[in-house]
Design a protein around this ligand. Structure first.
Ligand code: ZN
Length: 530
């Protein structure tokens, strides 16, 4: 049985490096059968009896590959109650009621309210929430992420109703108002995450995958995966037959006391185990923190906090043991390193493992580099997952690192020139999943937002063609997929998108407005869904 179709009458980019442009595409049984001239494509259509579809000048390119994103957190954030811009407590209550009727997760979770906008001129209280829901716990996080209002049920479940925790705000009579802040809020968040069942994760991850498809992302490197999320993915694949997009999994090294590396070793699960849609690649380790919180580990103190150089999240021996065990078990490592001291250590570890060529051990973020580190990364041919949108979001980064270190902050072009294998990603939901936001950031580096870093790293901007290459084949290499997806060449899986405009033809300011009209995975249209 032959299943397929022929696209003619448009522009088809089959590769961005080298740049290959054709005017038609033939897909047969989920794979690319031919890319080239319209005459030949029409002859193939005739011979095989395939449908011919007129692109009417629209543009086809390989689907985007996001090498580092958190599908579960993204799904949670997509499914949470969005309270941004709400202008009264009454409106907040109305939205809460509507949302709680619709979403079945045990905890009712929302975010984005700001009491400064409320007509009532006061903070919301647990009694406001109780009047809407008193039998399920509710937590609504303020727009800043550092405070939340809980209903009485949530305070009870968190053990906060009668505690003397200073992070629990009280009224003049000493009664908790429902507002909790900082560390206590973090604990509540953990409690909420613990409450999610495998079936909740199925809902979250499926909606995140559909959202990805709508933005033209056809493969995701899903990092920091817990065992419940993995089970949700396996369940979804068996229920649906095929996932909407392809997912490559990097598990947490430990989950509720389970040594995940050891578990995989005992099962004989090595990198590459799985299907075309769902595959286990390896282990993700978060070795240091972030520049925003000044917890990324730097070799010299923070410019705006002289006593602090950040820190490693593990002791070195533990990190080394995890790396050695993963490597021996045939699992690819993805180690989060933002500060230069951490990246230094990761390189020591990878050199100690005898290089990165076989499993392609990855460095995640690699934000603050040095000339010597870039040389070592190049020599090792190490693979690096970068997030160009950080350039725009971390507009304060010069405050943290000072001008002297700025030259090697997010130095994408220098990394590529040094021989590093670079893949693009978003770290969604940390940064927006929309690939064109990232392409825009890589190409402009904040030129139109007056980002100070640009002044020191002007030479690090990339062309649109280079950015699209790193977002397809660059990312595919990190995921060991460069021979399966990322190009539209005969034999490759037919993962591609249809765009309203030619990304190589628009003004750089227009890049973020690019629209994905259709998304195909394995020759099947996954967006828009029928
Ligand atoms: Zn991340």
């Amino acid at each position: 049985m032959m299943f397929g179709f022929v696209f003619v009458g448009g522009v088809v980019y089959s590769s961005f490096e080298p740049l290959v442009r054709a005017d038609s595409l033939v897909v047969v049984n989920g794979r690319v059968a031919y890319v080239g001239s319209e005459d030949k494509a029409l002859r193939i259509a005739d011979t095989l009896g395939l449908n011919v579809i007129d692109l009417r000048g629209r543009v086809v390119m390989p689907g985007f590959i996001d090498s580092h994103a958190h599908l579960d957190s993204l799904g949670i954030s997509l499914n949470s109650l969005d309270l941004r811009g709400v202008d009264s407590i009454e409106e907040l209550k109305r939205r809460l009621r509507e949302y709680a009727d619709r979403v079945r997760a045990r905890w009712v979770y929302g975010r984005g309210w700001d009491q400064e906008l409320f007509r009532e001129g006061r903070w919301p209280s647990r009694f406001d929430l109780d009047s809407v829901i008193n039998d399920r716990p509710v937590a609504l996080v303020r727009v800043c992420g550092h405070a939340a209002v809980l209903n009485t049920k949530a305070l009870e479940l968190s053990g906060l109703l009668n505690s003397r925790d200073p992070d629990v705000v009280r009224d003049e009579r000493g009664e908790p108002t429902g507002v909790v802040v900082e560390r206590t809020l973090d604990r509540v968040r953990e409690l909420i995450n613990e409450s999610y069942t495998v079936s909740d994760y199925e809902d979250f991850i499926l909606s995140a995958m559909r959202y990805a498809a709508s933005l033209g992302v056809t493969t995701i490197g899903f990092v920091s995966v817990n065992l419940r999320s993995l089970q949700a993915l396996v369940n979804l694949e068996s229920k649906l037959g095929a996932l909407p997009i392809r997912v490559r999994v990097y598990l947490n090294p430990e989950d509720h006391g389970v040594n995940v590396i050891d578990l995989l070793r005992q099962l004989g699960v090595r990198r590459g185990f799985g299907s075309e849609y769902l595959r286990i690649n390896g282990i993700k380790v978060i070795a240091d923190g972030s520049l925003g919180a000044r917890t990324a580990w730097l070799s010299r103190p923070y410019n705006d906090e002289p006593g602090n150089s950040g820190r490693l999240n593990y002791d070195k021996d533990t990190l080394l043991r995890i790396a050695r065990e993963s490597d021996e078990a045939g699992l690819q490592l993805a180690i989060h390193g933002i500060g230069d001291a951490t990246i230094d250590l990761i390189l020591d570890i990878y050199e100690g493992l005898g290089g990165t060529s076989r499993l392609r051990h990855r460095i995640e973020h690699a934000s603050v580099l040095r000339e010597d580190l870039i040389r070592r990364i190049g020599r090792l041919g190490a693979v690096v997952a970068v997030q160009p949108h950080f350039v725009v979001s971390d507009w304060w980064v010069i405050d943290r690192v000072g001008v002297e270190r700025a030259r090697y902050v997010y130095p994408f072009r220098t990394l590529v020139n040094a021989g590093a294998r670079v893949g693009f990603s978003t770290d969604a939901p940390v940064e927006p999943l929309n690939p064109f936001e990232t392409v825009y950031a890589a190409v402009t580096r904040g030129r139109y937002e007056n980002i100070e870093l640009l002044r020191y790293t002007e030479n690090e901007t990339l062309s649109v063609r280079e950015a699209l290459h790193l977002y397809t084949c660059g990312s595919a290499y990190l995921l060991h997929e460069e021979n399966h997806v990322c190009r539209l060449e005969p034999g490759y899986l037919a993962d591609f998108i249809v765009l309203d405009k030619d990304p190589l033809g628009v003004d750089d300011r227009e890049l973020r407005e690019m629209k994905v009209l259709e998304t195909y995975v394995g020759g099947v249209r996954v967006y828009p869904a029928d």
